[in-house]
Design a protein around this ligand. Sequence first.
Ligand code: URP
Ligand code: ZN
Ligand code: ZN
Length: 462
Amino acid sequence: MKTLIKNGTVVTAAEMTAADVLIEGEKIRAVGTDLGEADKVIDATDRYVMPGGIDVHTHMELPFGGTFASDDFATGTRAAAFGGTTTIVDIAVQGFGESLSQGLDTWLQKAEPKSHIDFGLHLIVREITPAILSEMDAMIERGVSSFKLFMAYPGVFMLDDASIFRAMSRTAENGGLIMLHAENGGAIDVLVQRYLAEGKTAPINHGLTRPSSMEGEATHRAIALAELAEVPVYIVHLSAKEALDAVREGRDRGVHAYAETCPQYLYLTLEDMGRPGFEGAKFVCSPPLRPREHQAELWKGLVLDDLQVVSTDHCPFDYKDQKILGKDDFSAIPNGLPGVEDRYTLLWDGGVATGEITPMRFVELIATAPAKLFGLPSKGTIASGADADLVVFDPHKERVISSATHHMRVDYSCYEGRRVTGSPEVVLQRGNVLVEGGEFFGRPGDGRFLERKPFSSPSPRP
Ligand code: URP
Ligand code: ZN
Ligand code: ZN
């Protein structure tokens, strides 16, 4: 089967060119002009042709706070595809007392029969023992080449510095990448108990008890530990200027420190968590949303490459049935926001349409850099031989984001009523049309598990 995408502007991280794209089977065969006949022709006049998005931070069905994230691999990946994302890297969890391979097998059982799009997995490592350290090597052999460790959520996910350093030292030898949730969980927990004892139970207190200084402190510590262990480190969901400064300083010293931010930190603020009544619970995530002044710094970080990736940290919980668990106690509100469907359009609308970043930088942040950092060489670009994961994007289409029209299985949108410009029109994965004309053509189980390569630095210097 040959498909030809004609008359579009092809955007990669390096250039923008008027060109056609010829797909043969699952692969891109050629990019250029006069590429001959095809079985299917997609007209991309006045459209951009860009790589399918790669979202390297999602939590389908994550167990959290006595409940589970509301999207499973079927609903979440279908929504992702509608939004222009054709690959996710979800985060499997090692259960307490479980081996890493048990955690990985559990996630594969959830994902393989259901996923509409290709997926890789990271692993949350919850305890460090000699046996688990050696299992980390085995995980890399199985294509899970990155481990998420937590400096927050004491008693649930948090590891102490010694355990983090042991995991880092092992990973320095086995070729993996360490991802850190960097917030000072100990100090935050003291503040949380203090606030609750003072009767401060509303959602806004989630934000007030997790100050940006404690994200900065933990990020600095994470990078210092990584420097000592000589391991590359990737800071997840970076939200605050203090944390970004720690990344900048580390990179300036030559540490292989990388970081992502997420749309919620670029567009939403602490004020959203203070909305009337219990409405603020819709915005409870960790790290929390920050005062508006942090946003300009994050944009600067994206432009100057101190932040290399925009991912979503998609972790949805229904407002009515799940966020409500914390009605009388902000610390019982399940942490996380929906977003896997909105990333492509939100970053285009707030980044490219405003002139903040170029279309090439957009592609780099949303697909090319995630593919490079997370060992997915066949994805993230438009070139002969690459997987034909493509988005035909209408940069002029206007629409209003709403839970009434989104495809994520969650009963609210953080961006309800926001007017955005730019929308994925046709979405292809490995040459197959997943979305066209607002209709979905994917099938659960068609997404493949991607065995990712060990970490390889995109450049000799960070
Ligand atoms: O609030 C968040 N971010 N929930 C998902 C779990 C995590 O820490 O990434
Ligand atoms: Zn986290
Ligand atoms: Zn997360």
